[in-house]
Design a protein around this ligand. Structure first.
Ligand code: APR
Ligand code: PHB
Length: 403
């Protein structure tokens, strides 16, 4: 190693997930210095399998800012999804309903790989296995990140700290007791997700409602399928041998016209809890929080990454104005601007989740309401358009940066 470590920067970024990496990238393009600290290894971050649906706005941002080359080559553009229930499929056509906007299938870890490569190629500071221990002095002019790197405790003094360290991060804790309020919902079920080495049995994503529980057929490439089944909140992977996973997928995804699900070797599996969390406000003093560090959405709407990117886009705009001209207006609006999208997205994700999952305590009345909801979304152009515009990403008017 032996490299000189930076001890003072303009923006100290905790976490190299999509939020931290996109923020570092946007700031660099505007000539603002940042240091990114990531507790995990590069290998770990690049291999961590997460969701893989990019909204149009996320794709546009990555392309416009020069990190979309591989995304454009390898990403798969979709213009619709299928809702499947009672043995029948119903297409929601985004091309007709959402002004031609669509989504792109490209794994989150691929986005992360591209951003890491861009940052390191440009010789910009990004430290792996550098664990933030705490953030101090956020009420003053020089907030400081304490972190451990190569066995030693160190300090990074900053003008501003961006807490992009995800749900388990430490930066949120720097806000004084009572300054932040958390709103949350736990769902009484979880998702078991697999990657299988088999060509997807579908061109577009299938969201399936079934009395055994929800399931989803997604994909990563022409030869890799990504599939999910709803399981119980406390389930362990041992309870789900391969045969049970495939059996449930066949049952829940069955279609009357003889459509077949192809099986293949399972190469990755995880169980993820389903929860909704919002922490407000998203800022205190010189600490700005973004992404999973301040909000979690259930995976049904595929919004986690997109929301993280939307946050840091707003934050970068505010920081640019402030560093360039001392104009603090956008930064002051940071939390309120982001929370508008955050709550719209909470609403969409909660709605999709409620419509498609089997709730353990649901009575017949609730089941019939759920069915009526699905029927409405598939029959009514207005209802389908509502789903479509939210799925591809809401366009919300925003206060513009003055630079
Ligand atoms: N010090 C440094 N890094 C940390 C620390 C710490 N104390 N704690 C956590 N981190 C790192 C994590 O290892 C992770 O790489 O912060 C990063 C946070 O990244 P994400 O969890 O990916 O969160 P975010 O960038 O907000 O992206 C949100 O990620 O969780 C998915 O589905 C979610 O798609 C959404 C997206
Ligand atoms: C995924 O491909 O991992 C995926 C797709 C859609 C979702 C969630 C996850 O709603």
């Amino acid at each position: 190693m032996g490299e000189e470590l930076v001890s003072r920067t303009q923006v100290g970024i905790v976490g190299a997930g999509p939020a931290g990496l996109v923020l570092g990238h946007l700031l660099h393009r505007e000539g603002i210095d940042a240091v990114v600290l990531e507790s995990r290894s590069r290998d770990y971050v690049e291999r961590r399998v997460r969701a893989g649906v990019l909204e149009q706005g996320t794709v546009d941002l990555l392309i416009e800012t020069g990190v979309g080359e591989r995304l454009q080559r390898e990403g798969i553009v979709h213009h619709g999804i299928e809702l499947r229930f009672d043995g029948r499929g119903h297409r929601i056509p985004f091309d007709e309903l959402a002004d031609g906007r669509g989504i792109t299938i490209y794994g989150q870890q691929e986005v992360v790989k591209d951003l890491i490569a861009a940052r390191l190629d440009a010789g910009l500071p990004l430290l792996f296995e550098a664990e933030a221990l705490g953030v101090e002095g956020i009420d003053g002019d020089e907030p400081t990140i304490r972190y451990r790197y190569e066995g030693r405790e160190r300090e990074l003094r900053c003008d501003v700290v961006a807490g992009c360290d995800g749900y388990h991060g430490v930066s949120r804790e720097a806000a004084p007791a009572g300054a932040l309020t958390q709103y949350e919902r736990e769902y009484p079920f979880a998702w078991l997700g697999i990657l299988a080495e088999v060509a997807p049995s579908t061109e577009e994503l299938i969201y399936a409602y079934h009395e055994n529980g929800f399931s989803l057929h997604s994909l990563r490439s022409p030869s890799i399928s990504r599939l999910y089944v709803q399981c119980d909140a406390g389930d362990e992977l041992e309870q789900w041998p391969d045969e049970r996973i495939w059996q449930e997928l066949h049952t829940r995804l069955a279609r009357d016209d003889g459509w077949e699900l192809e099986e293949g070797p399972i190469v990755e599996r995880t169980i993820a809890p389903m929860r909704s969390i919002v922490t407000e406000p998203m800022q205190h003093g010189r600490l700005y929080l973004a992404g999973d560090a301040v909000h979690i959405v259930p995976a049904t709407g595929a919004k986690g990454l997109n929301l993280a990117v939307a946050d840091v886009r707003v934050l970068a705009g505010g920081l640019v104005d402030w560093f360039r001209s001392g104009n603090e207006r956008l930064l002051e609006l940071y939390s309120a601007t982001c929370l508008r999208r955050v709550w719209q997205t909470q609403n969409f994700s909660a709605w999709m989740t409620a419509m498609l999952h089997r709730y353990p305590d649901a009575d017949d009345y609730q089941l019939r309401l759920q069915r009526a909801q699905l029927d409405y979304v598939c029959r009514s152009r207005a209802a389908a358009a509502s789903l479509a515009e939210q799925y591809v990403g809401l366009e919300l008017a925003q206060t513009k940066s003055s630079v």
